[in-house]
Write a protein that binds this ligand. Structure first.
Ligand SMILES: [Zn+2]
Length: 57
């Protein structure tokens, strides 16, 4: 299972389930200091996507 979240800033964050919340929180910390979401809030905003949508980089 993988998830995608389109940030209001335009960034599209896609990651496998195990990495997803950490990746979103890292984006928030880097690009939107002071804006913090809980894991529950992040998962409510996320959409499921196929694993193949995750880029390996
Ligand atoms: Zn953003």
């Amino acid at each position: 299972m993988a998830y995608n979240l389109r940030c209001p800033c335009g960034e599209s964050i896609t990651a496998l389930e195990d990495d997803f919340v950490a990746k979103v929180q890292a984006h928030l910390a880097a690009e939107h200091p002071g804006r913090e979401y809980t894991e529950t809030e992040i998962m409510l905003m996320a959409m499921t996507v196929p694993d193949r949508a995750v880029k390996s980089d």
